[in-house]
Design a protein around this ligand. Structure first.
Ligand code: CU
Ligand code: ZN
Length: 170
């Protein structure tokens, strides 16, 4: 009986640890120079955010993939989304760098059909608190992010834009 209680407690704790704390989604819409579309979801866990994306209509290869400051995709070229989301006044960098804009999610890689399926985790961004990414925008770029050029990795024009919006959990 005592062991049963211990096992039950372990199972309950394990399921709590995996329970998402918050979720957000992004409907990526094409800018005036592309037909790129897609869907991005962000799932907050205690110490990290899972980022899943499907993007369609790209040229094969690498494309810069960032969170930008303003949740405003109204300009035809998505310039209204502003620069990279950077609440801690860091320099532009790669996703794996300790010093980077929080919005620096590196590159996504499209296959020969122009499709991306992404499933990564990141500990720099959060869906909660003062520096939440909710209300910012996700941008997909024409060119690869070189991960070093300031202030934006030279990723070129904006092909798709979408606002990061909270998803209510059941
Ligand atoms: Cu960008
Ligand atoms: Zn950046």
């Amino acid at each position: 009986m005592r062991w049963a209680i211990v096992i039950l407690a372990v199972v309950v704790l394990a399921s709590c640890a995996k329970q998402p704390l918050a979720q957000a989604a992004v409907d990526l819409k094409a800018t005036n120079i592309s037909s790129v579309t897609g869907l991005v979801t962000f799932t907050q866990y205690s110490d990290r955010v899972r980022i899943q994306a499907k993007v369609f209509g790209l040229s094969p290869g690498e494309h810069g993939f960032h969170i930008h400051d303003n949740g405003d995709c109204s300009a035809p070229d998505a310039s209204s989304a502003g620069g990279h989301f950077n609440p801690f006044q860091e320099q532009h960098g790669s996703r794996s760098s300790d010093h980077r804009h929080a919005g620096d999610l590196g590159n996504i890689v499209a296959d020969d059909d122009g499709k991306v399926v992404l499933d990564i985790e990141d500990a720099h961004i959060t869906l909660q608190g003062d520096h939440s990414i909710i209300g910012s925008a996700v941008i997909v770029h024409k060119d690869a992010d070189d991960l070093t050029s300031q202030p934006n990795g030279n990723a070129g024009a904006r092909l798709a834009c979408g606002v990061i919006t909270t998803v209510e959990q059941n």
